[in-house]
Design a binder for this molecule. Structure first.
Ligand code: ZN
Length: 209
């Protein structure tokens, strides 16, 4: 039974001591919830063999778990659907997962949040980056909070777990772009907005040094 396998994977991911959620005191308190474990396992299965861009071969699943933890702990979000969407947020964009699959396993609401934060990979990169800035203000509040938590995680990684071929100019350009995206998301969650501001300032300082 595939769901049993997801839960086994989730148990592995959530007890991985290398996974320190850097914006909280450990794993999100919500990690014990059965729905959260199921989504963690599904995402871990789909992202199998993928790693974050920085050094250290960090399994990709650490990123969606961190995004969910940021929402739950820093953002004080208790919407279980949104937390599951956070765990699943890169599956359609970066794995072979189809939206129908998310909808049949997790339901229409979670699926629609994931779809809202999914870039259209058939478009050229620059167009996708511009679209994120343009679409941000029109997203649902849930998708806006998710996007904000995603940018907090990425802005941290670009400075402190730097993709190996990124010179400082590219890192700084990433912070400028992320800040523009976030400008269009403001009003969804003040605590997350403040955390982004703090993190982007820290990241800029680390790169400028
Ligand atoms: Zn992401």
């Amino acid at each position: 039974m595939i769901e049993k396998y997801w839960l086994e994977l989730a148990a592995e991911v959530l007890t991985d001591t290398a996974l320190t959620t850097r914006f909280s005191n450990g794993h999100a308190a919500c990690a014990a919830l059965p729905d959260i474990r199921r989504a963690t396992g599904f995402a871990a299965w789909k992202h199998t063999g993928q790693y974050r861009k920085g050094e250290g071969n960090i399994p990709y699943i650490h990123h969606p778990v961190e995004v969910a933890a940021i929402l739950s702990e820093a953002g004080a979000i208790e919407d279980n659907d949104l937390l599951q969407a956070a765990l699943l947020h890169d599956t359609i964009e970066d794995t072979d997962t189809k939206r129908e699959e998310i909808e049949s396993h997790f339901g229409a609401r979670i699926c629609s949040i994931v779809v809202e934060v999914t870039d259209d990979k058939s478009r050229p990169k620059q167009e996708r980056k511009a679209a994120q800035i343009a679409h941000g203000p029109h997203l649902s509040k849930e998708a806006q909070s998710l996007k904000l938590a995603d940018k907090i995680s990425n802005v941290f990684d670009v400075a402190f777990s730097t993709p190996m071929d990124w010179p400082p100019e590219r890192q700084l350009a990433y912070f400028d772009w992320a800040s523009e995206v976030v400008a269009g998301l403001r009003g969804c969650n003040t605590a997350l907005e403040a955390l982004f501001d703090k993190q982007v300032a820290r990241s800029r300082k680390a790169v400028a040094r």
